[in-house]
Design a protein around this ligand. Structure first.
Ligand SMILES: Nc1ncnc2c1ncn2[C@@H]1O[C@H](COP(=O)(O)OP(=O)(O)OP(=O)(O)O)[C@@H](O)[C@H]1O
Ligand SMILES: Cc1cn([C@H]2C[C@H](O)[C@@H](COP(=O)(O)O)O2)c(=O)[nH]c1=O
Length: 218
């Protein structure tokens, strides 16, 4: 039985997820929670090796998908599941919605196969043999692809995904919108195009609205 809190951060590259995850960690710690901060692909020694392959080596969409789910399974078994069982808040920079957005909407990989793999990878982690573990909340940083591209161009050398054209990110953004429409209670849309302080305020309000931070009544 899991007793913790599982919050994921999603959005296209350059949306501002990584800039805000630490802010939420600090707020939750100040509210008395133990926090595990982690990311996908990655979060374990094995998954970090798979991340390096996924971000740097050329491969087809099926190979990307298999690597993403292999990394996720190891991460769930070794880090996320145990932290939730200890009652911690797990803040994860990307999770399965990224696979639906990037490999599904971005690359055109079959969404029904992704749904099957999602169930396979996320079942048997803390909740009992037949229950699929899902985030309690997904903070979706929604930013127009052109804005994200401008930010990234100013920030760093691109990896294999960040080097994709703006049309790819327009498809990925639609993929996130579709996932959000399919799970409106789990998703909170954050307008990531706002200045940082306003983005942080939206994020904290979304968590407080669920009763996990002081400030807003659930
Ligand atoms: N609200 C904002 N306004 C302007 N610039 C921002 C904002 N949020 C983040 N940035 C800047 O945009 C760039 C990308 O931000 P960040 O790395 O947090 O995005 P990300 O969503 O984690 O991207 P990736 O998924 O590619 O790692 C950074 O240079 C960051 O400083
Ligand atoms: C989990 C996951 C990630 N990706 C892509 C999305 C990003 O371009 C990179 C991760 O880089 P970040 O700077 O940490 O955001 O990987 C993917 O294609 N599929 C996935 O399942």
């Amino acid at each position: 039985m899991t007793t913790g809190l599982f919050i994921t951060f999603e959005g296209i590259d350059g949306a501002g997820k990584s800039s805000h995850i630490e802010t939420l960690a600090r707020a939750l710690r100040a509210a008395g929670r133990s926090v595990t901060l982690t990311r996908e692909p990655g979060g374990t020694p094995l998954a970090e090796k798979l991340r390096a392959l996924l971000l740097n080596d050329a491969m087809d969409a099926l190979t990307e998908t298999l690597l993403a789910f292999a990394a996720r399974r190891d991460h769930l078994c070794r880090v996320i599941g145990p932290a939730l069982a200890r009652g911690e808040a797990v803040l994860c920079d990307r999770f399965t919605d990224a696979t639906f957005a990037y490999q599904g909407a971005g690359r055109g990989f079959d969404l029904r196969v992704l749904s099957y793999m999602e169930r396979l990878a996320q079942t048997g982690i803390g909740l009992g043999p037949d229950s699929m573990l899902e985030p309690d909340l997904t903070l979706w940083f929604d930013v127009p692809p052109e804005v994200a591209a401008e930010r990234l161009a100013a920030a760093r050398a691109p990896d294999r995904f960040e080097a994709q054209p703006v049309e790819f990110f327009a498809r990925v953004a639609r993929g996130y919108a579709d996932r959000a429409a399919g799970a409106p209670r789990r998703f909170a849309r954050i307008d990531g195009a706002q200045p940082r302080e306003q983005v942080a305020a939206q994020m904290l309000a979304a968590v407080a609205a669920r009763g996990w931070l002081p400030g807003a009544a659930p």
